[in-house]
Write a protein that binds this ligand. Structure first.
Ligand SMILES: [Zn+2]
Length: 196
């Protein structure tokens, strides 16, 4: 159980991990806190955007859609490996997921199959949206995969979490397939090595 980092510490932690961070507008105050709680935070969630083009991807993640207002995550990781901060606080990224998965993340144990959507994930997870079409063909450049690894590791390092606190949206909410194109098991392995 942990209080969310301040926006300033979040930014500093990402930079300390060696990431190139782009601050988009008034990201520190762009959130959905008026719609529900933010925290305690228990982990980090990785997504793909199903979008093409970095500028367009960042704009969508900041603004959201008519029926799903932004921010749609905290940081957007584009194919060049940059992290664009679009919001801070409660964000519309995780939706409802499985309470047993949340319990496993908190205990840092192996994940059960997500077969229920009964728990508010936007309260409990930091979220990174990663620019990719999510069709299994669109490549994931090395710079982008490394940035995902570093961003997740930075937050784990701050909170004293292991790589088991990092999950994919597909491991949280039944029916979700993101991220597609690499496995979360391999990503957690890279994060574990980085945290050593
Ligand atoms: Zn997602």
């Amino acid at each position: 159980m942990a209080s969310p980092m301040s926006a300033g510490s979040f930014l500093a932690a990402l930079r300390a991990e060696g990431l190139t961070v782009v601050e988009v507008g008034d990201w520190e105050h762009h959130n959905r806190n008026h719609k529900g709680p933010w925290g305690p935070v228990n982990g980090v969630m990785i997504h793909h955007t199903v979008t093409k083009g970095s500028a367009q991807t960042v704009k969508i993640c900041r603004d959201g859609y008519e029926d799903l207002p932004g921010p749609l995550c905290h940081g957007v990781i584009t194919k060049d490996g940059k992290v664009h901060l679009v919001g801070y606080g409660r964000a519309n990224h995780a939706g409802f997921g499985d309470d047993e998965v949340l319990r496993a993340v908190i205990a840092e144990k192996g994940l059960p199959l997500d077969n229920e959507a009964n728990t508010d994930g936007n309260r409990h997870f930091y979220g990174f949206e990663c620019e990719n079409l999510g069709d299994g063909k669109d490549p994931w450049p090395k710079a982008q995969l490394e940035a995902i690894e570093k961003a997740a590791a930075a937050l784990c390092r701050h909170h004293g979490w292991t790589e088991r606190s990092v999950i994919g949206h597909l491991e949280w909410q039944p029916g979700k397939v993101d991220p597609r194109g690499f496995t979360m098991a391999s990503m957690r392995g890279w994060i574990r090595d980085r945290l050593k």
